[in-house]
Design a protein around this ligand. Structure first.
Ligand code: NCD
Length: 370
């Protein structure tokens, strides 16, 4: 039996005002006055551990995704062992079919062992239908290897997503990688941009028509180094100055920064409850993303609703080479105030710097239309 759910008063960005959802079960009515219906978000940067470092499984990560309004996760390769061979990619794809609750797109590693010396079978990955390769989690410093990877990716039509930090320094690393994109013509995407100079470099590259895009995370457009209280604030790239945070907000507003991605990086309590120098870098982000985007960007007038949705759906969809899936609708209550409590997270990772923070904007429904 089909369930009809009439949701009254919901706004669509294109002006429609009510919607009927159909799912299995009984008939239901939801009062959705002021809610916004948008396609499910696409996260271009998720660490779904499934195995190895940190915590989390495909099941818990994709439950967290649904709670946060994400219907597609792009999975970074730094699992243990890493996604660095066609065999591992195939095994992972099988697990995704069996266990994932939302769409999961694996992004394999550029190098074998996530190392710095030997290129992985990029052509083999392309034949398996991936849209991108990456070094996220272990920056490749070896520029000749990166050049080879870029040429191969260009030939195969793949996006190259680079971590672009060398010894914690970002602008120089971005500059070198943009130069590679210029020389090879590959589509380059810079992950989690965090500095004013980095944003400036991407802005200039775009003016010069180099094929480069970049992302910002909610923590980098919300926090600065002055907010750091404990190891839940330790992340790569590290939190920066007020000036850097403002530059990220400007970059989001003027379109230099194309997308918002979470860099969701769950870690165990043990990996975080230790000294700063030994604590694992990374924070969870799937379940606080929408709240931070609305609280920090939309309600403060930095992005309009439509622009926020472009950064969470339309632009990442272009990067993964897919159409926006109108059947994966989510509902947002933009005015709903709530306080972040990591114990409520579906993610196994509770490592958030936003515990206790009041946010305005919440995902109230995440569903597929039958
Ligand atoms: C990432 C993780 O934990 O996988 N952590 C992070 O701080 N972003 C890996 C990384 O990019 O360092």
């Amino acid at each position: 039996m089909k369930e009809s759910i009439l949701i009254k008063g919901v706004r669509f960005l294109d002006g429609r005002v009510s919607y009927v959802l159909t799912k299995n079960g009984a008939e239901r009515k939801i009062e959705g006055e002021g809610w916004l219906a948008v396609p499910g978000f696409i996260d271009l940067h998720t660490h779904i551990r499934e195995q190895g470092i940190g915590t989390e499984t495909l099941q818990t990560a994709t439950s967290a995704a649904k709670a946060g309004g994400f219907t597609t996760l792009c999975m970074m390769p730094n699992t243990v062992p890493p996604i660095d061979s066609v065999q591992r990619l195939r095994e992972l794809k099988q697990k995704i079919i069996e266990r994932a609750l939302v769409s999961v797109l694996p992004i394999p590693s550029i190098a074998i062992g996530m190392g710095d010396s030997e290129l992985a079978d990029i052509e083999g990955f392309a034949k398996e239908g991936v849209f991108a390769i990456s070094d996220d989690g272990h920056t490749i410093y070896n520029l000749s290897l990166l050049r080879e990877a870029c040429l191969e990716a260009k030939r195969l039509g793949l996006l190259v997503i680079l971590h672009a930090e060398e010894d914690g320094k970002e602008p120089e690393a971005i500059e070198k990688r943009i130069e590679l994109a210029y020389q090879t013509g590959v589509r380059l995407h810079i992950a989690h941009i965090s500095t004013k100079d980095g944003v400036g470099l991407v802005r200039e590259a775009k003016k010069s028509r180099i094929d480069v895009t970049c992302e910002a995370t909610p923590h980098h457009f919300t926090l600065t180094e002055n907010d750091i209280r404990d190891t839940n604030f330790k992340v790569n790239p590290r939190l920066k100055s007020y000036k850097d945070r403002e530059a990220i907000r400007e970059g989001l507003a003027d379109g230099t920064i194309d997308i918002i991605a979470t860099d969701h990086a769950p870690h165990t309590k043990e990996a975080k409850e230790c000294g700063w120098n030994v604590a694992a870098p990374g924070m969870v982000g799937l379940e606080t993303c929408l709240g931070l985007v609305w609280t920090e960007l939309v309600h403060k007038g930095i992005l309009r609703e439509k622009e926020a949705i472009e950064k969470l759906v339309t632009n990442p969809a272009k990067m993964i080479g897919s159409k926006v899936d109108e059947t994966n609708l989510i509902l947002i209550d933009p005015e709903k105030e709530w306080i972040v409590n990591p114990l409520d997270f579906k993610s196994e990772g509770k490592n958030t710097p936003f515990s206790g923070r009041r946010l305005k904007g919440m995902v109230v429904y995440c569903c597929s239309i039958a």
